[in-house]
Design a binder for this molecule. Structure first.
Ligand code: PNS
Length: 165
């Protein structure tokens, strides 16, 4: 039996916490599709194509069974389109749990055949989030420890010359 999982998220941008989860999941599943949500209601710093490209470059060493795709709409529909029986989400701390539980239960109601699996982020990345990384970069801080190299470069470049609010 082929075990296929999707790892959905906003990934604006991908962090080392996300990458750590992707790496762990890549060892557990035969195929892993990282799904970048294209949410027209949000104004991301990186557009969908840029986020997909940055993730592809960041996960290049994980193997050909790891792919990246953008999606609109429901995560469970995205999972089913890819023949995935699992959704992967990362947990950094207890504070993530409540929202994740609600999402997992919603997704199970929508698609009982798709199960959510949680992976604990490595302790060293427990503090890392996309929004904090953007804030640190905006004020000239070093985002190297928080982000995959292609992402750190792109973020620094994107925010260069932007007024610090
Ligand atoms: O990286 P994020 O922002 O925590 O990811 C949240 C995401 C994209 C997984 C979640 O918002 C989502 O699944 N959105 C798609 C819409 C959907 O399926 N909603 C119902 C389940 S909560």
């Amino acid at each position: 039996m082929t075990r296929v999982a999707v790892f959905p998220g906003s990934f604006d941008p991908m962090t080392n916490a996300h990458l750590d989860v992707a790496r762990r999941a890549s060892g557990l599943f035969d195929r892993l599709v990282i799904g970048v949500l294209n949410n027209p209601k949000k104004q991301p710093l990186f557009d969908t194509d840029e986020r997909v490209d940055l993730i592809r470059r960041s996960v290049a060493d994980l193997g050909e069974h790891v792919t990246v795709d953008a999606f609109d709409g429901l995560t469970v529909d995205f999972a089913q389109r890819h023949g995935a029986g699992f959704i992967v989400r990362g947990l950094r701390a207890v504070s993530d749990f409540e929202a994740e539980l609600q999402m997992a239960l919603t997704n199970r109601k929508l698609a009982p055949g798709v199960d959510t699996t949680f992976l604990m982020t490595a302790l060293e990345y427990g503090y890392v989030s996309s929004s904090l990384a953007k804030e640190v970069a905006q004020f000239g801080g070093d985002v190297g420890p928080m982000l995959p190299e292609p992402v750190a470069e792109a973020l620094t470049e994107r925010l260069r010359g932007k007024p610090r609010v």
